[in-house]
Design a protein around this ligand. Structure first.
Ligand SMILES: *[C@@H]1O[C@H](CO)[C@@H](O)[C@H](O)[C@H]1NC(C)=O
Ligand SMILES: *[C@@H]1O[C@H](CO)[C@@H](O)[C@H](O)[C@H]1NC(C)=O
Ligand SMILES: *[C@@H]1O[C@H](CO)[C@@H](O)[C@H](O)[C@H]1NC(C)=O
Ligand SMILES: *[C@@H]1O[C@H](CO)[C@@H](O)[C@H](O)[C@H]1NC(C)=O
Length: 382
């Protein structure tokens, strides 16, 4: 018998005697490529075949859609399995990235999953649309191994009842973390000093937390804790002014290179007293309801995204090498393919006067490729 059958383990939420059930032909899990490196499971049916997950046993990348099921059943059937008994098997797994989505997960099961993952070589964990029932999530015990993730993404994960999920998972993380997303979690500020141990963090995404506002940035009680941060995303966080954002960055003491504050209704406050980080090269002001180009822009920008605003005329920003303007009233077309050398579509004209001007590209990208390549290199996990 194969070793993982002999010793049923809690890896990948599968814990359990269920593994030993016979397989059906309508497997919810499929391998997405010939090498079997990507495995996807959709357990949305009312009585899913959970054991189908064994299909993913040698995959590097595994995505599990729980179909909103309550996973209490695994605790009842699996008991409190000890992953150290299966250490060799877990170590042999190819697993590098795991995504678990849409389920109600008892805290103890999540605890077992995290413990099991400490034996694997996983690098990236994504938990999305989960409700963690029966909290609290226990912290790791002193004898537990480290969960040395490089990236953790939490999107819309909540604890049943009161409690703060990001705070309860922090004890599981180690300082080597490079990328962290805490999106749609109802955060009202930058969650530090809880995050203070992540000296190597270079990408932080706090988008879709409309309670943050500028006050949540400026109140960040962790100056100088984000020294390595290069990439900061604050989409849809109720930010209102560039000046306030600039002050927030000052308070955080970061030297970011890329700042994404799209989906915030920004108004400009001219004559800012605040100095942007000199490192800031890329600013995303897409979907910000801007009627004119803000005056208080960082000085050394290479990339500026002003797409989907209310600009009536084409702005002149000679210093910006990569200026993205699609979806403004002064262009009548929305170009999404920004690849260099692409022809602007024929239907592209300046709306003022309605004169057709095929030669005017809606996306102006003068020699922005180098800057883009540089910036992409910085974004380790996007
Ligand atoms: C999962 O399966 C359900 C039907 O069982 C389907 O409606 C849904 O779109 C599928 N989800 C994904 C992400 O494939
Ligand atoms: C902003 O975030 C809230 C809360 O997460 C979400 O409900 C809303 O859809 C988001 N808005 C946009 C434009 O993404
Ligand atoms: C800017 O933000 C918009 C909206 O969030 C996004 O669709 C777009 O990809 C971003 N552009 C860049 C260059 O990051
Ligand atoms: C361009 O985008 C805007 C806003 O998203 C939309 O209302 C409009 O219909 C789009 N125009 C074209 C030509 O696709």
């Amino acid at each position: 018998m194969e070793p993982w059958k002999r010793s049923p383990l809690p890896w990948l939420l599968l814990l359990s005697p269920l593994l030993l059930l016979s397989r059906s032909s309508s497997d919810p899990c499929i391998l997405l490529d010939e090498e079997g490196e990507n495995c996807f499971c959709n357990f949305s049916t009312p009585e899913p075949e959970w054991n189908s997950i064994t299909m993913c046993i040698s995959s590097k990348e595994v995505a599990i859609h729980g179909g909103g099921h309550n996973l209490d059943v695994f605790l009842q059937q699996g008991g409190a399995a000890d992953p150290s008994k299966a250490a060799d098997v877990l170590r042999a797994l190819g697993l590098r990235r795991l995504k678990v989505k849409e389920a109600q997960v008892p805290a103890l099961l999540l605890y077992q999953l995290l413990r099991a993952l400490t034996y694997t070589r996983i690098q990236e964990l994504t938990l999305e649309d989960l409700v963690i029932s029966h909290p609290p999530l226990p912290p790791p015990s002193p004898t537990d191994r480290d969960l040395s993730l490089r990236a953790l993404h939490l999107r819309r994960v909540s604890l049943a009842g009161e409690g703060n999920f990001p705070v309860s998972i922090v004890p599981w993380l180690k300082p080597g973390l490079k990328a962290l997303s805490l999106t749609g979690l109802g955060l009202s500020n930058v969650p530090c000093p809880d995050l203070g141990t992540f000296k190597e963090l270079n990408s932080l995404d706090l988008s879709d937390n409309p309670e943050i506002r500028e006050s949540g940035l400026t109140s960040a009680a962790c100056p100088k804790e984000f020294q390595a941060l290069k990439d900061l995303e604050l989409r849809n966080t109720s930010l209102q002014s560039l000046e306030g954002v600039c002050r927030g960055l000052e308070a955080m003491g970061t030297n970011v290179r890329r700042l994404d504050i799209s989906y915030n209704e920004l108004r400009d406050t001219a004559g800012t007293q605040c100095t942007w980080p000199p490192t800031l090269l890329s600013l995303n002001l897409s979907h910000a309801k801007l009627q004119s180009v803000p005056a208080s822009l960082p000085k050394k920008l290479q990339q500026l995204v002003l797409s989907y605003n209310l600009l009536e005329k084409k702005p002149e920003l000679p210093q910006v090498t990569d200026l993205i303007l699609e979806g403004n009233p002064f262009t009548s077309c929305n170009v999404t393919d920004k690849s260099q050398g692409e022809q602007a579509p024929e239907s592209c004209w300046l709306s003022s006067g309605g004169i057709r001007s095929v030669s005017t590209p809606c996306v102006l990208q003068a020699s922005g490729t180098a800057a883009l390549a540089l910036l992409r290199g910085v974004r380790a996990f996007s």
